[in-house]
Write a protein that binds this ligand. Structure first.
Ligand SMILES: NC(=O)C1=CN([C@@H]2O[C@H](COP(=O)(O)OP(=O)(O)OC[C@H]3O[C@@H](n4cnc5c(N)ncnc54)[C@H](OP(=O)(O)O)[C@@H]3O)[C@@H](O)[C@H]2O)[C@@H](O)CC1
Ligand SMILES: [K+]
Length: 519
């Protein structure tokens, strides 16, 4: 039984389905029936008024069925809606004789109720319905949709996006996608379509068993809108490394002396560039590190004579200075990068790595790392690398190139795949930032955090705050994977709580309110 936080790749989903069928727990036909029933239940739950239409005015649905089992689910939906008195039109893309067996069975069951039309270039011109059910392609999208579908897709797009201009103009109120909107790759959230193909997205997407990565990343959130995960009786965790959607977490600060909660060092940049490190330092304090010390060069010390007074100050000019400071075993984590300057990051990097301490390498430290002959040699296990896509491309150019290439096959390579490959190569936790952040560790565990709803978080300094938050948790002895995940979650919640108009300086001060309300 799934709990709701799991994310499964399509390969994992198929393995689960196969196992459930081989174990004799269920059959493909039964799963398809449950999938269709779940879609109907989700429609009625989201738009309860639809089934209260008087008998003279039935609700109308257009169900577009594709050539695979996604289409099979569509035939079930058509039958169940018709059984509730809906007026249902079913159109098929392809040939009924080529449908896989379960889809064919449900095609035939529907045929006992109503006709199956063909999806044609101009067919959508007369679509009039409250709901259009998109059952064209689901997790089986194996290549980009061809431009030869352009006429068909464009007509459907117009029907979906036109407001009714009269009895002859097409009009569809809502689109419901089965599993994923057609054209969206369920593993990557990338659109798999040749150049100009227009896809229409959905108001409601009903998926089965668990979320797929594509619901959370890239174009997925925008195209799927509301996603309902329906339990169709598949057993819990699929085989393979686990992926979670980050939705909750808990941080309890146990009793103890300030040193029991760790001491974080934040290495600051030259005079006039100390703001980024101060953001990181305030965030580390707010995340509960027992002590936080900002370490600028001696010449920049006066810049830091200002609140918060809880921050401590120690000058660090050379690698030797840092090495000497780190003789204090109570220092439990470091942060190198924010506002540091690449040369200074380069200067201090070896001493930091030699110490073997937990550390966040961010911003300029990532650039310094990428300039080493062997960037990942000697990275302590407790390191977290926090690149955005630009920094990721400098550190892992081949992985970024693969991610940016136009996909020619499905499933497409995803940000999740890229972060996992980077974690495997570097041997440390990767927090690949963006509106869809992926946290991956070398054991192939991964968390996805989707934050497309808070565009105001893309503001100068927000990354410095995040780096400090991770450092604060590392200082408290959190495991790197957990520290990166918790910080990402709390960072986004802080931004959500503040709302538009946020600047990075506001973020650390929102952290206490988020911590109070953590589930
Ligand atoms: N366990 C579960 O999750 C359950 C899943 N269920 C449902 O099954 C769905 C998966 O079904 P599926 O495997 O048949 O794949 P689906 O998405 O229907 O597409 C395959 C067809 O599309 C074709 N095709 C592919 N790309 C194309 C392109 N670019 N352009 C044109 N054609 C293209 C492809 O052709 P081929 O690649 O074979 O040439 C093949 O004919 C899943 O999403 C869910 O709805 C539930 O019923 C029960 C439990
Ligand atoms: K679909």
């Amino acid at each position: 039984m799934f709990t709701g936080r799991e994310v499964s790749t399509t390969a994992q989903m198929r393995a689960l389905e196969t196992k459930a069928i081989q174990d004799g727990r269920t059959s493909g036909l039964e799963l398809m029936e449950r999938a269709g029933a779940a879609v109907v239940a989700a429609i009625l739950c989201k738009w309860p008024n639809y089934h209260r239409h008087s008998p003279g005015l039935p609700s109308r649905a257009i169900v577009l069925c594709g050539p695979g089992n996604n289409g099979g689910d569509g035939f079930v939906v058509a039958r169940l809606l018709a059984g509730r008195g809906w007026k249902v039109q079913v159109d098929l893309l392809g040939d009924p004789d080529s449908l896989p067996p379960d889809a064919r069975t449900n095609h035939d069951r529907w045929r006992a109720i109503g006709p199956v039309g063909r999806i044609t270039p101009n067919g959508a011109e007369c679509y009039q319905a409250e709901v259009l059910v998109d059952a064209l392609f689901g997790i089986g999208l194996s290549r980009p949709l061809a431009n030869s579908l352009w006429n068909v897709f464009d007509g459907i797009y117009d029907a979906v996006h036109s407001s009714s201009g009269g009895p002859r103009s097409p009009s569809v109120d809502h689109v419901v996608a089965i599993d994923v909107p057609s054209g969206l790759c369920a593993d990557s959230g990338r659109l798999l379509a040749e150049d100009d193909l227009t896809v229409w997205g959905a108001d409601l997407t009903v998926t089965f068993g668990s979320l797929k990565p594509g619901h959370l990343m890239a174009d997925g959130p925008d195209l799927c809108r509301d996603v309902v995960v329906a339990d169709i009786g598949l057993p819990g965790w699929p085989p393979g490394p686990r992926i979670h959607r980050l939705v909750r977490g808990k941080i309890i600060k146990p009793d103890g002396h300030k040193y029991d909660h760790g001491h974080a060092l934040i290495l600051a940049g030259p005079s006039g560039h100390g703001g980024a490190a101060r953001l990181s330092a305030r965030a580390a304090l707010r995340m509960g590190a027992g002590l936080v010390t900002v370490c600028p060069p001696q010449a920049a010390m006066p810049d830091h004579i200002r609140p918060p007074d809880a921050l401590m100050l120690r000058p660090v000019d050379t690698a030797e200075d840092l090495g000497k400071l780190l003789e204090d075993s109570r220092i439990t984590a470091l942060c190198l990068g924010p506002g540091c300057g690449v040369d200074r990051a380069d200067l201090l990097l070896e001493a930091l790595l030699d110490s073997g301490r937990a550390a966040v390498l961010d911003a300029d430290a990532l650039t310094a790392l990428s300039r080493r002959p062997n960037p990942f040699a000697g990275l302590p296990k407790g390191c977290v690398l926090t690149p955005h896509m630009g920094e990721f491309a400098r550190l892992f150019p081949d992985l970024a190139e693969r991610l940016n290439a136009l996909p020619t096959r499905g499933p497409a390579w995803s940000k999740l795949d890229a972060a996992r490959a980077a974690a495997a190569r570097s041997g440390v936790t990767i927090l690949l930032k963006g509106p869809d952040s992926v946290i991956a560790d070398p054991d192939e565990r991964a968390n996805i955090h989707s934050a497309f709803d808070i565009p105001w978080l893309a503001t100068a300094g927000a990354g410095d705050v995040l780096a400090g938050m991770v450092t604060g948790l590392l200082a408290r002895n959190f495991q790197p994977f957990d520290a990166a995940g918790m910080a990402t979650l709390i960072h986004a919640r802080a931004a959500r709580l503040f709302g538009p108009g946020l600047i990075a300086d506001d973020l650390p001060d929102m952290i206490p309110a988020v911590l109070r309300n953590l589930a």
